[in-house]
Design a protein around this ligand. Structure first.
Ligand code: IMP
Length: 170
């Protein structure tokens, strides 16, 4: 497997800080609950919340669609549910990447049923040519082409999550 650097760690850190300050403005006086989508978003989420100076709760949900392949299986399963009550709360979903958009669609619909006041979405990466969604992504780190990437939380067969930057895999 060959890895080619695609987005540097410095570029990521700068962008994460910018998104954090936008979130500070947008969620002022709101009841912010950050929902980190495991596993891929753990690194982005942990860096992002360090730039949020508001009071917040954080919870984790674990979803799976890929099963060790580079293509989405199209079937999403919940591997770990939320623990907190999100009714009347202002939700920020933190995702690693929007590819087809199936996962984020599924998650938004799932959370809507729990009666939050609002739902916003932050994703580090967005494959805009591939995704098919009928709502806007509120915060996007980088729009990328339709290539498989790893690093900064994103894996291939559970590997490469620890890399500080984003790499193209070939
Ligand atoms: P979607 O449902 O097709 O939008 O895919 C979302 C999920 O697939 C993400 O949360 C990732 O876990 C995984 N994924 C999609 N594209 C990539 C990629 O290029 N590298 C690693 N994981 C990916």
């Amino acid at each position: 497997m060959k890895l080619k650097r695609y987005i540097s760690s410095t570029a990521i850190q700068n962008r994460v800080a910018q998104i954090g300050s936008k979130i500070n403005k947008d969620f002022k006086n709101k009841n912010l609950v950050v929902i980190c989508v495991l596993n891929g978003a753990f690194m982005f989420c942990s860096d992002l919340i360090k730039h949020i100076s508001l009071e917040l709760e954080i919870d984790f949900i674990k979803l799976s669609s890929y099963k060790n392949s580079k293509k989405s299986s199209g079937k999403i399963s919940i591997l770990q549910e939320l623990n907190c009550d999100i009714s009347r709360k202002d939700i920020l979903i933190v995702e690693d990447i929007v590819d087809t958009g199936l996962t984020i669609k599924f998650l938004r619909n799932l959370l809507k049923k729990k009666n939050p006041d609002s739902i916003k979405v932050a994703t580090l990466l967005h494959k805009t040519d591939v995704s098919n969604i009928d709502f806007k992504i509120d915060y996007t780190g980088f729009e990328i082409e339709n290539k498989f990437v790893v690093g900064y939380g994103l894996d291939y067969a559970q590997k490469y999550r620890n890399l500080k930057g984003i790499y193209l895999m070939s």
